[in-house]
Design a protein. Structure first.
Lengths: 201, 201
DNA sequence: GGGCCTTTATGATTGGAGTCATAAATGGGG
DNA sequence: CCCCATTTATGACTCCAATCATAAAGGCCC
C-alpha cells in the first residue's frame, strides 16, 4: 500500500532523511503525521524494560507506517527506527484524513492494508502461543519468502540476520542459530557459507 | 462498533440463532457474510493440530466479527464459536460493501475498530514474546477490566474461567492457577471462594 | 441433601529454551 | 591483504513452564 507521491506532495507532504538506527517516532508519542517509506526501510518495534526489541513489522520502500493513531486519536503503538539510511515522506494528520475523505478508493486500500497486517498478527500470535522455535522460524521465513520482503528473487537468499529472526519470533539468537542448524540438517533449509541461507521449496 | 440493526435489516440482513459451542464459521472457509452479535457472545479462535484453542478475540453483544475477508477477498483468519446460546445477524458481503460505500462514516468507524483491535494484537504479541505468566495474566485482566468485557461493574468480578485465561495467554490451566494464586498472595489480585476473583485498583 | 460434572488446586517430574562463556567465521574498510 | 566489528557457532548449566497424576471444592439439577 502506498499513496502516489505526487498526490501526497500536492497535499503538502514533505521529505525527510533519517540515518541508520535513527528513531522516527516513539511508542506512546503523540501522533501528527502519516508516514511512507520512499527509499530504505524501517523497523517497527515494541521495546520492553530490559531494552529487548520485538519487531512488529518491517516496512520497506513504498509502504506506509504509523497510521494507527491517525484513525483513533491514540498514540503510536510501537517505535519506528530506520533500518538503514532512509528517506521518508510525511503528511500532517488533518491533511491525511481529508485526503482519505476525498478519495474513498484510497481509504478502501488502507482498510485492506490493515486487514493484511491483521492476518499476519493472527499468524504471529498463533505461533508464539503454541509452536516450537523451529516451527516459528519456518513459518516466518515462509511468510517472508511469499511476500518477497528482504528476499532476493534470483538466489532465494533471505536477507535477515539471526538476530532479526530472533526479534521477530520472541527467541534468543542462540536458539535461532541452533534451530536453523537443525532445520538445515533435516534438509528443510539451505545454509551456505554460514550467513547465506535460502528456504527450500 | 456496531451497525444499527434497523439499517442492516433494510439492506437484507437476517437473524440466526446458534447454540452454545456451535461453530459459526471455520478458519480458512470462504467468506460470504458480515456478522454482528445481537445477544450472547462469540469466541474467535485459532486451533492448532492438537486441538488447542487460542482465543484471538471475545466478541460480545453489539460487536462485529469476521470482517477481515470482506475487505481483501481472503478467507476467515480464525474460527468463530458461540460461547453460549447466541443470536447473530448477518449480511451478504456484496451488500455490506455497498453499505460502506454509501456510508463513509460507517467505513471510518470500521477503520477505527480495526485499529483498536490491532493495538490489542500489538500488546498481546509483546506479552507472548517477552513476559512471564504472571505478567501476561495481569496485563490481560487489566485490559478486560478497562474494556468492561466479561466484568461486573459492581462487584468487579471478571467472568473468565482459568481455562479461558489460559487460552488467551498461551499458558496451561495449571500454570494460570498457580500464577494467580501467587498474584493473590502478593496482594495484586483478590480471589474469593476459589472461583470468584477481582482485580485490584 | 445426595449425585454428578465442571472448575480449581497441588505435588512430582521432565524437557527444552534461556543464560553465560568462549570461539570461529565472515565481510567491509583502510 | 590485514584488521576489526559484526555475525554465527557451540558447549555447559540453570530454571521454569509443561506434563502427568490425583484430589478437593463449587455449582446445579432432581
Amino acid at each position: 500500500m502506498m499513496i502516489d507521491i505526487d498526490l501526497l506532495l500536492t497535499w503538502g507532504a514533505t521529505y525527510k532523511k533519517v540515518q541508520h538506527d535513527e528513531i522516527i517516532f516513539h511508542e506512546g508519542g503523540c501522533a501528527n503525521f502519516y508516514y511512507q517509506v520512499v527509499s530504505g526501510s524501517v523497523r517497527w518495534v515494541s521495546i520492553n524494560e530490559e531494552g529487548r526489541e520485538f519487531i512488529q513489522l518491517m516496512v520497506e520502500k513504498g509502504e506506509s507506517f504509523g497510521e494507527l493513531p491517525l484513525f483513533d486519536d491514540g498514540c503510536y503503538a510501537a517505535t519506528a527506527i530506520a533500518e538503514e539510511d532512509t528517506v521518508i515522506i510525511r503528511l500532517h494528520k488533518s491533511n491525511f484524513l481529508q485526503l482519505l475523505k476525498d478519495n474513498p478508493d484510497i481509504h478502501f486500500a488502507f482498510t485492506r492494508l490493515l486487514t493484511e497486517r491483521m492476518r499476519f498478527k493472527f499468524l504471529t500470535i498463533r505461533e508464539l502461543a503454541y509452536y516450537s522455535p523451529e516451527h516459528r522460524i519456518r513459518t516466518l521465513l515462509t511468510y517472508f519468502r511469499k511476500h518477497h520482503k528482504h528476499t532476493c528473487p534470483v538466489c532465494h537468499q533471505i536477507k535477515l540476520t539471526r538476530q532479526q529472526i530472533a526479534d521477530m519470533t520472541g527467541l534468543r539468537v542462540e536458539t535461532v542459530i541452533r534451530a536453523m542448524r537443525h532445520l538445515h540438517d533435516k534438509g528443510e533449509l539451505v545454509i551456505e557459507k554460514g550467513k547465506v541461507y535460502s528456504l527450500e521449496k
